[in-house]
Design a protein around this ligand. Structure first.
Ligand SMILES: Nc1ncnc2c1ncn2[C@@H]1O[C@H](COP(=O)(O)OP(=O)(O)O)[C@@H](O)[C@H]1O
Ligand SMILES: [Mg+2]
Length: 699
C-alpha cells in the first residue's frame, strides 16, 4: 500500500494527496504535517517500513468536502485517490486511483459556494509580445477566450473575472506582469504549466474533439493562434484535473474588447463596484444597491454586466427599453420575480448533472425550477420590447424534461443513491415488481403453498425457510409417494424430506434479492434519467441564460422604482449632462433625503474639463464619483439616480485617487501616481472619462 501511495504521490507531486483507506482519507509525510496545521487535525504516525514512523493524519470520508474546500481556498491542490473497487471483492490490495484533482480555480463543490459569484480559472499564454487568454468556470460551463497585446490591458481584462487561479506558460513570468502582486494582493494562485500543455497541435486537436467541430474556424477562432493555444492548454488542464468529459462546456465565447467599456482594475476598485475599498465588503458597493436579483444566475450575470458595460448605443437602448417596459407593467414584473424566487441555480445544477455528481434532490430542484419556466415565458410573451420578446423566445419550457423527472422520481427522494426510495411508483414495471415482492413476498408464498398442496394432494405440505437452505417445501414421510417428479430434493430429515421446485426457487431468489436489486435498479434508472438530462444541457444552458437576463432586467427595474431613478438619454456627441445627480450608495448611507443633489455638465468643447475645489469634507470626491457611477450605470442599461440625464457613450472610465484617500493599497507614492497618470494619458481617447481625485498630493 505504502509503495502505491508513494507512486501516486510522485505522479501528483504538486498536490496534497487524499488517500482513501476504508472510511478515511489519510495524508502522510509532508502532506500530513502541512495539513494538520492548516486544517487543525491531530498528527499521528504509522509504521511504514522505515526507521521512523510516517507522520499521518486523516479525515473521515463523509466530511472530506469541507476539508477539501478549505485547502482549495487556501491555495492548495488536492488529488483525491479513491478505492476503485469494493474492498470486499478485492484480491490482495484494493485498486486505487486518483479520480479528481481539486484546484483553487476548479473546485466543483458548489454546496459551500457563494452563488452570486463565478469561480473562474484563467490560462495565459505569453509569446512574442502577445497574450492569449482563456477563462473558464467549471461549475457553470462558461468558457471565454481573448487575444491581447499589452500587459496592462491583459491584467485589467483578466481581473474583471476575479479568477481564483491562473495557469500560464513559463514565459508569462517574464512578460512584465507583476505575478507577486497577483499572488499577494489579489490572492490568486498562479502556477506555470509544463510546455506540453501549450503544444499547438495537441491543444487544437482536443478543442476540435471537445466542441465537435472539424475546424477551429468554426468556433470563430481564426487569426487567434494565441487564444487558441491558451484555450487548448486550459482544456487539457481541466481534463486532467476534473477527469471527466466537461460536457457542460458547450461553447467558446470570444471576448471582443471593442464592444465593452474598459474599466481598469484600480478604477473598478475606486468606484467600489463590487466591494468597498477599505473593508472589501459587498455592503456599501454599487452592486449592493443594484443587485435585487432573485436567482444566483441573475446575480452572477448582473456582476458581469457591471464589469463589462456596453458601448453600443443600440444595445444599451434595447436594455433600457426592456427596463422601461418592466417598470410600466409592474404587476407582470412582480409576478415574474415571484416565479424567479423558486428557481434554483440551473447552471451549477446542470454542471453536477453532466459531471454525474447530481443527487436525487438536485434533480428535484431542477424539476421545480423547470416548472416555473412556462409561467415566466408566457408573461414575457405579452411584452413588446425587442429584448424581452427575444428572451421569451429563448426560454425553453423544458416540458419534456420536466415530465421525465416528474414521472421518474419521487417528490421527496433521499440525498444519496445508495438507499433506494428514488423512483416513483409506476415508472418502471421491474421496480414495481420488486417493490411488490418486498411487501407481498409472504402472501405469495402462502398462495404457492396452498396451490401446491392442492395440485399434489399433500395435505400437510408446508413452505419453510432457514438460513442455510433458504426456502423449501417440507413433506412428511407419510406423503412421500405423492411428491411429483419436478420436486428437487434438498435435504433428508428423520421425519420427512425437504424439496424445492423451479417456482419456489424463483420466488426465493426474488425475495432474497429484491431489496438489493431494487436499490441497484433504482440507482440505474436514476442514472439513466440523469444522463438523458445531460444530453439536453445545451437547451438548459440557453434557457438558464435567458432566465438570468430576465432576472437582471427585473432587478434593474425594481431598483429604479424603489430608489427613484430615471431613464438616461444616450448620445454619441460627447455630452454628459446630469441634473440633480445623487451618489447611489452615499444617499443610502446618510439619513433619508439629506443628500444634496448636484448637476454635472461635460462636453467636447468648453466644458471638456471640470476642476472641483472646496474645503475638506465638502463632497468633492462624492461628486466626482457619482458622475462616474451614473455614466457607468447608464452603460449597463440601468436607470440612474438623478432628475434628468443625457449620457454620451464612453469607451473607458479612468479614476485615480490620491494617496490620502486610497489607504487600502498603502503604496501610493508620488512616483507611482505620476506613472499611472502617464499611463492613463497614453491610453485615453477623446471618448474617455477621466476622474483624478487629489492626485499628486502625497508629495
Ligand atoms: N451631496 C452630498 N449630500 C450629502 N452628503 C454628502 C454629499 N456629498 C458628500 N457627502 C458626505 O460628506 C462626506 C465627505 O464627502 P467627500 O466627497 O469625501 O468630501 P471631500 O472629497 O470634499 O473631502 C461623505 O462622507 C458623505 O457622507
Ligand atoms: Mg475627497
Amino acid at each position: 500500500m505504502m509503495q502505491h501511495y508513494l507512486q501516486m504521490k510522485e505522479e501528483y507531486s504538486d498536490c496534497i494527496l487524499f488517500y482513501r483507506l476504508g472510511d478515511f482519507y489519510e495524508l502522510f509525510f509532508d502532506d500530513a504535517k502541512e495539513c494538520s496545521r492548516v486544517l487543525e487535525l491531530t498528527l499521528t504516525g504509522k509504521a511504514c517500513g522505515l526507521e521512523e514512523r510516517a507522520p499521518m493524519c486523516g479525515v473521515p470520508f463523509h466530511a472530506a468536502e469541507v476539508y477539501i474546500n478549505k485547502l482549495a481556498e487556501a491555495g492548495y491542490k488536492v488529488a483525491i485517490c479513491e478505492q476503485l473497487e469494493d474492498p470486499k471483492d478485492a484480491k490482495g490490495i484494493v485498486k486505487r486511483g486518483v479520480i479528481r484533482v481539486v484546484t483553487p480555480g476548479t473546485n466543483t463543490n458548489i454546496s459551500e459556494m457563494d452563488g452570486s459569484v463565478n469561480s473562474f480559472i484563467v490560462c495565459i499564454l505569453y509569446s512574442s509580445d502577445r497574450f492569449g487568454l482563456a477563462i473558464a468556470d467549471v461549475t457553470t460551463g462558461e468558457f471565454s477566450v481573448a487575444e491581447i497585446d499589452d500587459a496592462v490591458r491583459l491584467r485589467d481584462e483578466m481581473l474583471r473575472f476575479s479568477p481564483k487561479e491562473i495557469v500560464c506558460n513559463e514565459a508569462m513570468f517574464m512578460s512584465g506582469i507583476n505575478v507577486e502582486e497577483l499572488r499577494q494582493a489579489q490572492h490568486i494562485y498562479v502556477n506555470a504549466l509544463a510546455p506540453r500543455y501549450f503544444d499547438e497541435e495537441a491543444g487544437e486537436k482536443l478543442i476540435k474533439e471537445h466542441f465537435r467541430v472539424a475546424h477551429t474556424d468554426g468556433l470563430g477562432l481564426h487569426d487567434m493562434p494565441f487564444a487558441l493555444s491558451a484555450a487548448g492548454a486550459l482544456l487539457i488542464y481541466l481534463y486532467e484535473t476534473q477527469k471527466n468529459d466537461l460536457e457542460n462546456i458547450t461553447r467558446i465565447n470570444i471576448l471582443n474588447a471593442g464592444s465593452y467599456m474598459l474599466i481598469d482594475s484600480s478604477t473598478r476598485r475606486n468606484l467600489e463596484l463590487t466591494c468597498t475599498l477599505r473593508e472589501k465588503e459587498k455592503r456599501g458597493s454599487l452592486i449592493w444597491i443594484l443587485d435585487k436579483t432573485k436567482t444566483a444566475m441573475g446575480a452572477r450575470m448582473l456582476r458581469q454586466f457591471l464589469e463589462q458595460p456596453l458601448t453600443d448605443r443600440k444595445a444599451i437602448e434595447e436594455r433600457l427599453d426592456a427596463v422601461a417596459e418592466l417598470s410600466e407593467r409592474l404587476m407582470d414584473r412582480d409576478e415574474v420575480r415571484e416565479y424567479l424566487n423558486t428557481i434554483y441555480d440551473i447552471e451549477r445544477l446542470m454542471g453536477r448533472v453532466v459531471f454525474k455528481t447530481a443527487n436525487p434532490r438536485d434533480m428535484i430542484a431542477l424539476r421545480s425550477s423547470m416548472s416555473m419556466l412556462g409561467p415566466i415565458k408566457s408573461i414575457l410573451q405579452g411584452f413588446s420590447s425587442k429584448l424581452i420578446k427575444r428572451l421569451a423566445d429563448e426560454i425553453d419550457t423544458m416540458q419534456d424534461m420536466y415530465e421525465l423527472i416528474e414521472k421518474a422520481l419521487c417528490d421527496d427522494p433521499p440525498i444519496t443513491v445508495h438507499e433506494g426510495g428514488i423512483i416513483r411508483e409506476g415508472y418502471s414495471k421491474e421496480a414495481d415488481e420488486l417493490r411488490d415482492i418486498r411487501s407481498n413476498g409472504k402472501e405469495w408464498l402462502m398462495k404457492l403453498e396452498s396451490d401446491t398442496r392442492e395440485s399434489t394432494g399433500i395435505k400437510n405440505l408446508r413452505i419453510r425457510s432457514n438460513k442455510v437452505f433458504g426456502y423449501y417445501f417440507e413433506v412428511t414421510n407419510s406423503y412421500l409417494s405423492l411428491v411429483p417428479d419436478d420436486f428437487i430434493r434438498k435435504q433428508t430429515l428423520a421425519g420427512g424430506e425437504r424439496y424445492t421446485t423451479a417456482a419456489l426457487q424463483e420466488m426465493e431468489d426474488k425475495i432474497m434479492n429484491s431489496e438489493e436489486r431494487l436499490i441497484a435498479l433504482e440507482r440505474a434508472l436514476f442514472t439513466e434519467v440523469r444522463d438523458i438530462l445531460a444530453e439536453n444541457i445545451g437547451r438548459l444552458q440557453d434557457t438558464a441564460k435567458a432566465v438570468a437576463y430576465t432576472d437582471v432586467l427585473c432587478s434593474l427595474s425594481y431598483v429604479a422604482e424603489h430608489e427613484n431613478y430615471v431613464r438616461p438619454g444616450i448620445n454619441t456627441k460627447g455630452v454628459i449632462s446630469i441634473k440633480g445627480g445623487r451618489h447611489p450608495v452615499v444617499e443610502k448611507m446618510i439619513p433619508g433625503g439629506s443628500f444634496v443633489t448636484n448637476d454635472v455638465y461635460l462636453d467636447k468643447g468648453e466644458n471638456r474639463i471640470s476642476i472641483i475645489t472646496g474645503p475638506n469634507m465638502a463632497g468633492k470626491s462624492t461628486y466626482m464619483r457619482l458622475t462616474a457611477l451614473i455614466v457607468l450605470m447608464a452603460h449597463i442599461g440601468s436607470y440612474v439616480p438623478c432628475e434628468i440625464a443625457d449620457i454620451s457613450i464612453v469607451d473607458r472610465i479612468f479614476t485615480r485617487v490620491g494617496a490620502s484617500d486610497d489607504l487600502a493599497s498603502g503604496q501610493s507614492t508620488f512616483m507611482v501616481e505620476m506613472t499611472e497618470v502617464s499611463d492613463i494619458l497614453k491610453s485615453a481617447t477623446s471618448r474617455s472619462l477621466l476622474i483624478l481625485d487629489e492626485i499628486g498630493r502625497g508629495t
